[in-house]
Design a protein around this ligand. Structure first.
Ligand code: FAD
Length: 459
């Protein structure tokens, strides 16, 4: 309800407002959400319904059909919505806008989710930026500052009557049959109040440790606000403005710049809509990823035999979240050591992350794979053993997510395959309790580099 420009604009008309949500997944060109996203959406809609005094009205189907039905029942003065910036919703909303205009209905879309409209940030030559630092520093920080967040409306008048064609929340069938759909929600309060509580906790524990601490998956130094940002339970404008109340030190600046990465991802997808499907750098076209379904399956299940990778993949499956540092490690392992296509990783994240976001997910996978805009070069291959030692120095993160390794001494926790035979037997590191590694890290690194060199020469 806070900082919701479409809702505020609708209420400004001083006529009763009908707050609606249309689930059009899979209708026409509209994409299907991943499983975790739908779990989040279900609980978000329940919470929003409550915040709106039980007045949220739900529909399932094509947006245009829903509006035709509504126009038969109501004298619609105006329609307001908050913009989406992904290719399929943009096309849908453009067509809908035209149709509503043709019906003589006033229609306006608003910016509820980005600090900077993607079409307003451009290089001197008028083209879009492809590199983060100039995008953020020259583009965003020199642009018109983000608008002040809007207060939640203090009084509102909603349409009271029953609406034909509306469905109940359960009719949307957003929750999976698997018990997983309930267990991943543990520890999350999926509501606007939950977002505010997360922010308060982050300010207390994380903000002043953020610059260095954000790399530590074993600590509570990051905000975990990404799903709330994706679903609009908190807006980047609220965070940007809230940061003004604290010392403008390097931690605050760094947190702002991470919001900048979110903007950059949305910007890239807006200007380069094939980002989720095609290598951003065309020189990667024709690069041979080795197709191995067993590798992908074991990676998804956190059964690779590399502790920090397995910890990350299990954190994802059990909580719908994975720490950013570990996202980079597991993505590097999949695309470099296992040489699987980044699109396979993207699809799994899309299905299992609460914060699955077409822009950030595509931009980040391409970044790690080395194929993206301003990407880490392909030859930068994370060593998951060193990464574990450096960023999970006590092994708390690994032990929390891989219980088979709970009692393994720290000296072998990051590379259990190096443990002496008797220890491997004692802790079941020989595959009886915890899997042996699928590939040799050194050899697979060499193979990845050789494949890359071969591809460069063949072009
Ligand atoms: P914090 O560190 O608290 O940062 C605050 C906010 O800044 C985040 O909530 C997020 O909105 C934004 N942010 C931080 N880092 C990044 C980043 N690198 N790129 C874009 N925005 C960022 N993020 C998603 O929101 N959705 C995704 O689907 C997604 N997929 C990813 C896939 C891979 C392979 C990688 C390496 C990263 C991905 N990220 C994605 C980016 C990043 O990992 C998450 O935004 C971050 O971990 C969310 O946790 P947080 O809210 O605690 O972040």
């Amino acid at each position: 309800m806070t900082d919701n420009p479409a809702l505020c604009a609708a209420l400004d008309h001083n006529v009763p407002v009908l707050p609606i949500f249309i689930d059009d997944q899979g209708v026409g060109d509209q994409p299907q959400n991943g499983g975790a996203s739908n779990v989040w959406l279900h609980h978000s809609l329940a919470a929003l319904h409550q915040d709106l005094q039980d007045r949220l009205v739900l529909f399932k189907g094509a947006a245009r059909d829903v509006f035709e039905q509504l126009a038969d029942q109501f004298e619609i003065t105006a329609v307001h919505w908050n913009r989406m910036y992904e290719p399929a919703p943009i096309a849908r909303d453009k067509a809908l806008k035209q149709w509503l205009t043709d019906q003589n209905i006033e229609v306006e879309s608003h910016n509820g989710s980005l600090l900077f409209e993607p079409w307003t940030i451009e290089k001197k030559d008028g083209g879009p930026y492809k590199v983060f630092t100039p995008f953020y520093r020259k583009g965003c920080l020199n642009a018109e500052p983000p608008r002040t967040p809007l207060k939640a409306p203090d009084k509102a008048s909603y349409v009271g009557k029953k609406v034909d064609g509306a469905v109940g929340l359960d009719d949307l069938k957003l929750l999976p049959k698997l018990k997983w759909g309930a267990t991943i929600c543990e520890g999350w309060d999926i509501s606007e109040a939950g977002a505010r509580a997360r922010w308060d906790r982050f300010v207390e524990d994380g903000l002043y440790n953020y610059k260095k601490g954000r790399d530590r998956p074993d600590k509570q130094f990051v905000s975990r606000l990404s799903p709330y940002l994706h679903y609009g339970q908190i807006s980047p404008h609220q965070l940007w403005a809230a940061l003004d109340h604290y010392d403008q030190d390097q931690n605050v600046a760094h947190f702002r710049s991470e919001l900048g990465w979110r903007e950059f991802s949305a910007y890239l997808l807006y200007h380069f809509p094939t980002l989720p499907e095609q290598n951003f750098q065309p020189q990667f076209e024709g690069f041979t990823w080795s197709k191995n379904e067993e590798f992908v399956r074991r990676w998804q299940k956190g059964q690779t035999g590399v502790p920090i990778v397995d910890a990350g993949m299990r954190e994802l499956w059990t909580t719908g979240y994975m720490h950013n540092r570990v996202r980079m490690i597991v993505a590097s392992y999949l695309t470099k050591n296992l040489r699987q296509d980044w699109r396979d990783g993207l699809a799994w994240f899309e299905d299992t992350l609460f914060d699955a976001d077409l822009a950030s997910n595509s931009a980040s996978w391409q970044w790690v794979a080395g194929t993206g805009a301003d990407a880490a070069p392909y030859f930068r291959i994370f060593n998951p053993v060193l990464q574990g030692e450096k960023f999970d120095p006590e092994g708390d993160y690994i032990r929390a997510h891989v219980p088979e390794l709970r009692d393994v001494p720290k000296s072998y926790l990051y590379a259990p395959w190096d443990a002496p035979k008797d220890m491997r037997e004692k802790y079941g590191l020989d595959g009886s309790n915890y899997p042996e590694p699928m590939v040799d890290l050194k050899q697979s690194r060499k193979d990845a580099l050789a494949a890359y060199e071969h591809h460069k020469e063949a072009r």
